[in-house]
Design a binder for this molecule. Structure first.
Ligand SMILES: [Mn+2]
Length: 427
């Protein structure tokens, strides 16, 4: 559906005076602390987070799916949904496609449709973790790492095909999440699996256009439960270093063992100029793919602290990052969930921007742990939401996207158009 933008203006008018009070109060505090409030608002407005095409349906767990109604039935409707999100928050200006779930039939028409919503195509994602109906050889025992060269060749060819789709759409990166691994000790030779994979990715790497990147994602377990070929940031970094400049690591927040210090991993990647991007989500136990910021918002803030510190430090030389949500679950309306996720990411970013860096550095130099905590938590405990709202207001987005979405009964409208029992392709 296409949103009537005058409705956003009307809604914002009804909320403007209450917003203004909160924004003025926060502005005055931040100005007293030495921050340039309009520069902060500008940075927040510029920060865009890509939406994955597979997050637009009520996906959820491997055990079952419960359609929420009005899910997008085609790539075109997925693009429309991301367009809707972007109209509401002006922060979701890109879509990330998954091949073969989203193979475009007509590139030109798809590009035009995306452009009409002011959307770009983010990284394209390959899929060798499932067998497709028309596929010759099975990935049951792996794809890029397989013992059989014919299977590896097939998986390489698929990745090259994904790059070709991406080139047609104007994408600039390929994300490889390799599910290959083993379930039992002794099942495979670790070194040989690594070498087979490296050899496969080298062939894919050779097909990357000059201005492209390959994002190498890692995950400790699942779908395999004994070992994963690219299990951790160290393995990802190893592959990237062996591949070359265009290969960079991708941090998916859910792809870590419990209590892993993800912010330190972020710092390490940045130090080596090898951080490529993020898949944001949240979790309590494993790869739960819950709404960003719903369980561990402080961890998200600490990650953004490292990002802001690293990206502004003269000692760090890292390429520009790809920001994407990677979440999927059963309970919430996916569009409301994505609005919440984008908001949580931007809150963490805003809080990291207002950390008193000079004071923090001094406290670190003097080993003053108490003061360092005071400085960090002063930023974290500041309610920065009026800054985000102001950025949206200035960009023509809604002051409160979720409230607007509900008030205007957007899901009900989507159900009317698409039906109650529609299933989006994806997980
Ligand atoms: Mn991911």
């Amino acid at each position: 559906m296409i949103l009537d933008k005058s409705l956003i203006g009307q809604y914002n008018d009804s909320q403007r005076s209450s917003h203004q009070k909160k924004f003025n109060a926060l502005s005055s505090v931040l100005s007293d602390e030495g921050h340039d409030v309009s520069a902060l608002v500008k940075k927040l407005a510029a920060f865009q987070i890509a939406i994955p095409s597979w997050a637009l349906g009520t996906g959820g767990t491997r055990f079952g799916r419960f359609a929420g109604g009005g899910e997008p039935r085609s790539l075109e409707e997925k693009i429309e949904d991301v367009g809707l999100l972007h109209a509401l928050n002006q922060s979701s200006g890109a879509i990330s496609l998954h091949i073969p779930w989203d193979i475009p039939q007509d590139y030109k028409a798809i590009k035009q449709l995306a452009a009409s919503f002011d959307l770009q195509f983010d990284a394209v994602n390959s899929n060798t973790f499932q067998d497709q109906p028309d596929q010759k050889l099975s990935y049951k025992f792996g794809s890029l790492s397989h013992t059989d060269k014919n299977v590896r060749d097939q998986a390489v060819a698929h990745n090259i095909e994904v790059i070709k789709h991406g080139i047609e759409l104007g994408s600039k990166a390929l994300t490889i999440w390799l599910s290959d691994g083993t379930d039992f000790p002794g099942q495979q030779n670790f070194r040989r699996q690594f070498q087979n994979t490296l050899d496969s990715i080298k062939q894919i790497y050779a097909e990357l256009p000059a201005d492209w990147k390959v994002l190498v994602e890692y995950k400790p377990y699942e779908p395999h439960f004994y070992s994963t070929v690219i299990a951790d940031w160290g393995s990802s970094l190893l592959f990237c270093q062996k591949l070359g400049e265009k290969a960079v690591g991708l941090v998916d927040l859910g792809h870590h063992l419990p209590n892993t210090n993800i912010e330190q991993i972020v710092s390490r990647f940045l130090m080596e100029g090898k951080l490529g991007g993020f898949h944001f989500n949240d979790s309590k136990y494993g790869d739960d793919d819950l709404t960003v910021g719903s369980v561990k918002p402080y961890q998200l803030f600490l990650i953004f602290n490292e990002l802001v510190e690293g990206m502004t430090s003269s000692e760090v030389n890292n390429p520009e990052l790809s920001w994407m949500i990677d979440a999927s679950h059963n309970i919430k309306d996916p569009l409301e969930d994505l609005l919440q996720s984008v908001e949580a990411i931007k809150i963490a970013y805003a809080q990291a921007l207002i950390i008193d860096r000079k004071a923090l550095e001094k406290a670190q130099q003097e080993n003053d742990a108490t003061l360092a905590q005071e400085i960090m938590q002063n930023a974290y405990r500041t309610d920065v939401r009026p800054l985000l709202a102001e950025a949206r207001l200035q960009a023509g987005a809604s002051l409160n996207p979720v409230a607007f979405y509900r008030e205007n009964k957007i899901r009900q409208e989507l159900i009317k158009q698409r039906g109650e029992k529609t299933f989006a392709t994806g997980l």
